[in-house]
Design a protein around this ligand. Structure first.
Ligand SMILES: Cc1ncc(COP(=O)(O)O)c(C=O)c1O
Length: 375
């Protein structure tokens, strides 16, 4: 007899309902599918939720980051410091503009770049810092701001994984007045299918970003009129409609993710040797993006993944260190350069994580993991 145990769980799953469907239909019926009122509404509502003056939607987190790099005028011959324990787009957005990613090692608990390691990586060509809030854990932005001020650097925060996180001074991640970027791929805290958002620091910067997003056309210019190099990084109004519905229920979705994380903490806490992610420290609060555990030292992760898969429990080796990808190795990076990041990366495993995961699902994952580890 087949039962619940036979149905594979999902690793990630967007939270989409009638609100998204209604707003998408509204756009389809309006005939304004691009650069229409829904895009403006999405940007306004998102900015209001985050507590900032302005927000500019793009068609991915990567393109938001790319426009951020350009707005900061980072270019050929310069270097920007970042962690290698991230998604590859954090470094690719620099490479697009000829900027060299200067990697530095991470903290073993928060898994984020530390201001101390970043300071040690600052050299004569360094123009900026690109801190990342990995797995939704807020990076030490006050520390990076001090370092930036001391060394005359600028900051682009990659907050793609951290919408809703709170930093150690109580600020919402992405709201501190640095340029910051979010991403809305379908596995994120909120989604537009594909999409991103960049938070500008001032109106002049916002104007440049909006123009470059739209083929180098200023907002007051006619179609087919362009006064600078630009890109097509526009988010459609169809996707923006999904975004409007998602922002309206964002607090609820974040709370649901926290509930699932707490169930995992209770269910996995007893499994020997497995390290769980921290939810916060003092004022710092993680926004739960994924549920990344660390397997015991010396454990064969590939075998654990196969055993979990046999129980219908998908799990992913997450994240690889990006300095070991061929196009970044070719800059001179290799094994052993960042021991903390490499050792964490080798033991990290992301478990199924989304708002529709219930207690029986979490218990099933925990039981399967215990068996997979030979418990
Ligand atoms: C840390 C980080 N930066 C950037 C991105 C890029 O976002 P997108 O996939 O929307 O281009 C992601 C996506 O997962 C990410 O995790």
């Amino acid at each position: 007899m087949g039962g619940e145990q036979d149905v594979p769980l999902s690793l990630a799953r967007p939270d989409i309902g009638p609100e998204e469907e209604d707003l998408v239909l509204e756009v389809l019926r309006s005939g304004r599918l691009s650069l229409g009122p829904m895009l403006e509404r999405f940007e306004r509502n998102f900015a209001e939720w985050l507590g900032v003056d302005d927000a500019i939607a793009t068609n991915s987190g990567t393109t938001a980051l790319h426009l951020g790099v350009r707005a900061l005028c980072w270019g050929e011959g310069s270097e920007v410091v970042l962690s290698p324990f991230t998604f590859v787009a954090s470094a690719n957005c620099l490479l697009y503009e000829g900027v060299r990613p200067a990697f530095a090692d991470i903290d073993p608990v928060t898994l984020n770049l530390t201001p101390e390691n970043a300071a040690a990586a600052v050299g004569p060509d360094t123009v900026g810092l690109l801190p990342i809030d990995i797995f939704g854990y807020p990076c030490d932005m006050p520390g990076f701001e001090s370092l930036a001020e001391m060394k005359g650097l600028r900051i682009l925060e990659d907050a793609a994984q951290a919408l809703g996180a709170i930093d150690r001074e109580g600020s919402r991640v992405g709201s501190r007045g640095n340029l910051s970027a979010f991403a809305f791929y379908a596995n994120k805290q909120m989604t537009t299918g594909e999409g991103g958002m960049i938070i500008p620091r001032d109106p002049a910067e916002a104007e440049r970003i909006r123009s470059e997003r739209n083929q180098g056309r200023a907002v007051d210019m006619d179609w087919l009129d362009h006064d600078r190099l630009g890109f097509n990084y526009r988010l459609s109004d169809i996707a923006a409609a999904v975004g409007v519905a998602q922002v309206a229920k964002l607090d609820l979705m974040l709370a649901e993710r926290e509930r699932v994380a707490e169930m995992y903490r209770l269910a996995l806490g007893e499994i020997e040797g497995v390290e769980l992610p921290i939810s916060g420290k003092d004022l710092e609060r993680r926004s739960w993006f994924v549920y990344p555990i660390r397997l015991p030292e010396g454990c064969d992760r590939r075998e654990v993944i196969e055993r979990l898969a046999a129980d219908g429990v998908p799990a992913k080796a997450y994240l690889p260190c990006i300095h070991l990808f061929p196009h970044l190795r070719s800059l001179g990076y290799g094994e052993g350069d960042f021991p903390v990041a490499e050792s964490i990366s080798a033991r990290s495993l992301a478990l199924p994580f989304h708002t529709s995961l219930d207690k029986s699902g979490v218990v099933r994952v925990a039981a399967s993991l215990e068996r997979a580890l030979g418990g």
